[in-house]
Design a protein around this ligand. Structure first.
Ligand SMILES: C[S@@+](CC[C@H](N)C(=O)[O-])C[C@H]1O[C@@H](n2cnc3c(N)ncnc32)[C@H](O)[C@@H]1O
Length: 205
């Protein structure tokens, strides 16, 4: 399965999870990249869809192509939205475009409603990274170390479901010597942060 098809399958799964509780979910789909293949089908699943991208040109293009989408220029580390307004957040490989994923997780937690669901699909490394190996220069992407990523997620969110995304795109499998994989996480609010003690997969650290 192509990676974008998998994103759509996951977005549909999230849609099913929220449709029981909310009649018209308000959805934030991050980034306006790859029009048609990614954000449009996902946004089209939802009636009330917002997109945010740092790239002004991509936002303008998206606005023209899909007038019903509410597209904003903005940084996922500092979202231009009020607290607790979205029922769903869908991030398909936007978070791996920033070095400081922690800021993004805090922002997603801030703008998500109490019973909201957040989907994050991201490249991770199964091995600890150095400043040199962290950045994939070609696409200006950053690979987050899975252990740190999951641990930080669990401070803010409860992980409802997670898994590896296997894809037939050549560069999406373990192609290099430090093991980068695409993972997805379906999250709801409510982390395990208790008394300042972190947990990783229910083990104290
Ligand atoms: C390569 S694309 C992500 C992959 C894409 N979702 C796909 O399906 O292939 C990266 C997108 O994230 C946007 N982006 C990068 N950094 C961002 C940030 N800090 N906040 C919002 N959007 C960002 C870029 O402008 C670009 O549209």
């Amino acid at each position: 399965m192509q990676i974008h098809e998998k994103y759509i399958v996951l977005a549909k799964e999230v849609y099913k999870m929220v449709e029981k509780n909310v009649e018209v979910p308000k959805v934030l789909k991050t980034d306006c990249f790859n029009e048609g293949a990614n954000y449009a089908p996902i946004a089209n699943l939802f009636e009330d869809a917002y997109c945010v991208d740092v790239d002004n040109e991509l936002v303008n293009k998206a606005k023209k192509a899909f007038p019903d989408l509410k597209c904003f220029v903005g940084d996922i580390r500092e979202l231009p939205f009020d607290d607790e307004i979205f029922d769903v957040i869908i991030d398909c490989s936007t978070i791996d475009h920033v070095p400081d994923f922690e800021k993004v997780i805090i922002e997603y937690n801030r703008v998500l409603r109490k019973d909201g669901i957040c989907l994050i699909c991201t490249w991770v490394s199964l091995e600890k990274l150095t400043e040199d190996t962290k950045k994939w220069n070609k696409e200006n992407q950053y690979f987050h170390y899975l252990y740190d990523f999951v641990n930080y997620l669990q401070f803010h969110f409860k992980i409802l479901k997670e898994g590896e995304i296997y894809t037939d795109r050549k560069c999406d499998v373990k192609t290099d010597n430090f093991g980068k994989n695409m993972y997805y996480f379906i999250l709801k609010k409510g982390g395990y942060k208790k008394n300042g003690v972190g947990v990783f997969r229910n083990k104290k650290i």
